[in-house]
Design a protein around this ligand. Sequence first.
Ligand SMILES: [Zn+2]
Length: 466
Amino acid sequence: MLNIHNSMGGLKEPFQPLEPGHVRMYVCGITVYDLCHVGHARSQVVFDVVRRWLQASGYQVTYVRNITDIDDKIIERAAREGVSWREITARYIEAMHEDFAALGVLTPDVEPRATEYIPQIVEMIGTLVEKGYAYVAGNGDVLYSVGAFPSYGRLSGKRLGDLRAGARVEIGEHKQDPLDFVLWKMARPGEPSWESPWGAGRPGWHIECSAMSVALLGDHFDIHGGGLDLKFPHHENEIAQSCAACEAPFAHVWMHNGFLNIDDEKMSKSLGNFFTIREVLPRLRPEVMRAFVLSSHYRGPINYSEEALRQADAALKRLYLALRDVAPVADGPMAGEWSARFAAAMDDDFNTPEALAALQGLARALNTAKAAGEREEAGLLAAELCRLGSLLGLLGHDPGAWLSMASSLAEAADDLADDVIDGLVAARSEARQRRDWAESDRLRAELDAAGVIVEDGPTGSSWRRK
Ligand SMILES: [Zn+2]
């Protein structure tokens, strides 16, 4: 039974799709005015794995991830470069697709763009105005009246009074309440615009997600996901809009992934610790990035550091070492002890660190089977390891090819853990005892490749790092 932590209410709850067998999920996508950064990589990998696990659990999944292709930042960038806003969005949509594909993130079933849903957006704003949840401000913008929605703040646990006390009112604003937010922005001269009952303009950011998710998934769907930074105000505003316009519950489960920090600091351009995905991928294999992201539980913060990346690289290498020189038995039974542990971890609110620990346990069992010359058993375990790895988007490479590529993460090559080396050395000693020289040579070569020297003496074998 899958349990998911619902940000709405803050409890882990048994998951039941609203429509049996079918999960409808919406994940907030990218505003395409620049290259995607490693924080985006985390969010995308997290929800990719959520989707893969739902599918592995037997559900049909409809996965929608939007593209925000009209926004102040897009217009600013286009003006700065002296090109059209469409040139900017086309450039960064292409780059985003390349980056996410490199990370092994599966393509969404639908990838709606805000500018393709203007009629639905205008219709929803019209409904909100009609029902008294929105008004036309003095400057012509259409604003949402937060005070008209009594349960505003329920997702983020914020109180209207506290929010008002902390709100900054800008000079020249036309809000009835400092918390009101824009649904439709009047176009200034030269800006891209679309016709509406309130004049030519463009949608605010929050309304696009409400209109597109309702249009594609209905007014009550299963999972709405995004980064923790979107919980307030973006998701709070989506709830206010959708629930008021549709008089329906909107998303059933809210999922938020935690922040990605760089060397224990918040990532920011001004601190100079800001990395785009394409900056880091040439030296960091995409699978290592995935393994790093999944090494922490999705809800907590994750710290991006050389050390953490090296650990992810070494952990992945241990899995590939176990898989080397084994032919997986494709049609063997797949319900071993490690599959059960893996499933229990994933069913517990997508506990990927525990799932990865199950993969390491399975790899140790595989090493033992290989060392004992149990080829059939090793083949079955290898097939199980490959299958479980694929559910996390890992282990998709040929082990020999993976291991022959030197890792560009410094020192990672000889980063085998002591207990793994002990196991390989013990397996080699056993092979020597049964005079299986081929196997003993193979294990020595494996240790050698990992930077370990084995010395055979009268009391047995010892090892040291090169
Ligand atoms: Zn959104």
